[in-house]
Design a protein around this ligand. Structure first.
Ligand SMILES: Nc1ncnc2c1ncn2[C@@H]1O[C@H](COP(=O)(O)OP(=O)(O)OP(=O)(O)O)[C@@H](O)[C@H]1O
Length: 670
């Protein structure tokens, strides 16, 4: 069968499957309606067991119907584009190669032959992993070796074969180039057709309990993390539930932007949460806190403020270690050296302290309860001592011997000892105190844990501190994927580092992605100058060179800005550093349609978008304009990182509006 014939054959089978699903769904619908009618008609005659029975049947039919509706959606998508590649693999010992077609979902003919393999199937790993030649795959805990004799890529749209390309190399070039050339859409797209080898390794790595992916801007970290979820949902479909996956993402717009990838891959959407939403669940209801988002915004605009200095102190790796050391020492000195006499029995200070240390793996409050039980056992053994006091009484007596009885008092003392200011007014924490406090709370009382969560994903890892990770590691004690880029730090101080990660997660796997796919070669090469460290390899997709337009007055900058806005792209973002600049430009552009993207935005829209770096993070735009590039706005090494974030949001065009008089030291003007 040639390719055209095979396509016709597969499409025919798909249409038949669609028709049979239509009939089955219709049948279920009629059944449910009939049952409902029957129950209404005979309401008075049915006893409660019969009603229960009918309701159960209806629920079951409904469930089955839903599965069939979901499958029909997949089949409809397959009819549009059944597969995107195939490969011939000759098993060792066989004379002839077998052909495997690979698509977004698997599909079997009624006679059970597999017409399309799901991209996540073990055999399909070879499509992403190997060039023509010796190859193997693993399935059912065995390795199958042989030779990959041919690899072919297809573009099929609206059931029509657009092209077929044989590739002896990796899944590179043509298909990838075509994908990357496209304009942005308001939702992130899947990359199944062109996942690259180094990305595929990460998607399919199931051995890592905690996987940290450090990847340069545009290297596909977010896409890879989402495809990894889809892979896990496929591989562990009997045990892993989508509603038990927790994604921590920087903001709601980003959550909206990535929300369609999993449904496109046939999986249920997974809601993502922001740190502020999570924090609300972790802190006691009696206290409030400044949001992470608001505090980040404040510090970005005032990098030398007292608040930033306080936050910087607590974001240091050394701060976490000092706090841990403080708590470890507290374990040794928690009780005063006074004897405790209960019901006439004297308990030496050493006895209580010793027990306290023995139960070290538990929070203090649990340890106290265990000591109370020990004391009761001792008292019971001495039967002649009369009545034994209640547990509450003994607990109170124990607490009187303690130096600290609340996490708050410990945290306050800790900061005081190390001469770190603590601002806690009207029961409100500054955000930089929240996670150190929660760490102490965990020591003292324990912390809410998400036991039901089976999988944890965190994006923009570089924006979180070691203390935050120390708490998160306790809250989400399950496999984790943590992704980010140390060069894209938003906060004006050091946060997490590879060293700190290794200290925090002992079972850590660390992967790096250094090829950037988003931006054209010219933009990526230009943006590299703002990278703080490490390698960046642009993909060979050529486009317009970035433009630096030098202005001598703000009025001229606005004129240049308006000129740059006359492009025909779907999305153009004006990315500022501060809110004040956004407001200024919003007024200046009152005669031009544009949308402000900020903390209140819920969705990602097309057109001209006016925003700050804080909210542009993680997103991408066809064209990007960075205004106010002057020494005041972009003067420090941290600002270099901000320019890197801003510049790497661009796919096809980048314009920097650069001050001539107050020249930023971060630019080498040409
Ligand atoms: N293998 C690939 N095939 C096609 N497109 C890809 C591939 N890998 C990445 N991309 C595209 O590159 C762009 C960047 O991907 P993504 O947003 O996941 O990168 P990122 O590393 O999370 O970026 P950043 O850190 O800058 O936010 C997206 O448009 C994505 O679709």
């Amino acid at each position: 069968m040639n390719e055209e014939q095979y396509l016709t054959y597969v499409l025919q089978a798909l249409y038949e499957e669609q028709a049979s699903l239509n009939a089955a769904i219709e049948g279920k619908h009629t059944n449910i309606q009939q049952l409902q009618q029957y129950m209404n008609d005979y309401k008075a005659e049915l006893d409660k067991f019969e009603v229960y029975d009918y309701e159960q049947t209806m629920r079951m039919l409904d469930q089955q119907g839903l599965q069939q509706v979901l499958r029909r959606e997949e089949i409809t998508k397959l009819i549009d584009s059944p597969y995107f590649g195939n490969f011939d693999f000759r098993y060792d010992g066989d004379d002839e190669a077998e052909r495997f077609y690979i698509g977004r979902f698997g599909f079997r003919a009624p006679d059970d032959t597999t017409l399309i393999y799901d991209w996540r199937a073990p055999v399909c790993n070879m499509y992403y992993e190997f060039e023509c030649g010796a190859a193997f795959y693993e399935a059912m805990e065995r390795e199958f070796h042989g030779e990959l004799t041919r690899k072919r890529q297809f573009k099929i749209e609206q059931s029509k074969l657009q092209y077929a390309l044989d590739s002896s190399l990796t899944i590179q070039d043509e298909v990838l180039q075509q994908t990357l050339k496209a304009e942005t859409s308001n939702k992130m797209k899947t990359i199944v057709t062109s996942i690259q080898r180094e990305q595929n390794k990460i998607v399919r790595n199931v051995s890592a309990n905690t996987l940290v992916i450090q990847g340069v801007a545009g290297s596909g970290k977010t896409a890879v993390a989402l495809h990894r979820i889809a892979y896990f949902l496929y591989k562990f479909r009997d045990t892993l539930r989508p509603e038990r996956i927790f994604i921590l993402s920087p903001n709601q717009v980003f959550g909206d932007y990535i929300s369609s990838v999993l449904p496109e891959l046939g999986e249920q959407p997974i809601r993502s949460f922001t740190l502020d939403e999570l924090t609300e669940q972790l802190l006691p209801a009696s206290v409030s806190f400044t949001s992470f988002e608001a505090e980040t915004k404040y510090m970005l605009q005032r990098p030398t403020s007292a608040l930033t200095k306080r936050a910087a102190q607590k974001s240091d790796f050394a701060f976490l270690k000092t706090l841990q050391h403080f708590l470890a020492e507290l374990d040794e000195t928690m009780f005063t050296h006074e004897e405790l006499t209960i019901a006439g029995v004297a308990f030496e200070p050493h006895y209580v302290q010793h027990r306290f240390l023995q139960y070290r793996s538990e929070p203090v409050e649990t340890r106290l309860k265990l000591i109370v039980e020990d004391i009761i056992d001792v008292l019971k053994a001495k039967r002649d001592r009369g009545n034994i006091p209640s547990r509450t009484d003994i607990l109170q007596r124990l607490k009187k011997r303690m130096r600290y009885t609340t996490p708050f008092s410990i945290y306050k003392q800790f900061l005081h000892t190390f001469d770190i200011p603590f601002l806690f007014k009207k029961k409100r924490f500054e955000n930089n105190d929240v996670y150190p406090y929660l760490y102490v709370q965990h020591y003292m009382k324990g912390i809410k844990t998400y036991n039901m969560t089976q999988y944890f994903v965190l994006d923009e890892m570089q924006d979180y501190t070691p203390v935050q990770y120390a708490v998160l590691s306790k809250v989400f004690d399950c496999p984790r994927t943590i992704i980010g880029d140390f060069s894209q730090a938003l906060l004006p101080y050091d946060t997490i580092s590879k060293k700190a990660f290794e200290y925090l997660f002992r079972d850590l796997h660390y992967a790096e992605l250094t090829t950037t796919y988003r931006s054209s070669y010219e933009i990526a090469t230009y943006a590299k100058q703002f990278m703080r460290s490490g390698e960046l390899h642009p993909i060979e997709r050529h486009g317009k060179a970035p433009v630096e337009r030098v202005y001598t007055s703000e009025a001229q900058m606005i004129t240049f800005l308006k000129e740059a806005l006359h492009s025909t792209h779907k999305t153009t973002a004006i990315i500022c550093k501060t809110d004040a600049h956004v407001i200024q430009l919003h007024e200046a552009l009152c005669d031009m349609p544009h949308t402000i993207l900020d903390g209140t935005s819920k969705t990602f829209v097309h057109g001209v978008i006016l925003t700050t770096i804080q909210y542009a993070k993680g997103l991408e735009f066809d064209a990007v304009i960075v205004p106010f590039v002057d020494a005041t706005t972009y003067g420090s090494e941290f600002d270099r990182g901000l320019l890197y974030i801003a510049a790497t949001r661009a796919l096809h065009e980048l314009t920097m509006l650069v001050s001539a008089k107050n020249c930023s030291p971060l630019l080498q003007l040409r």
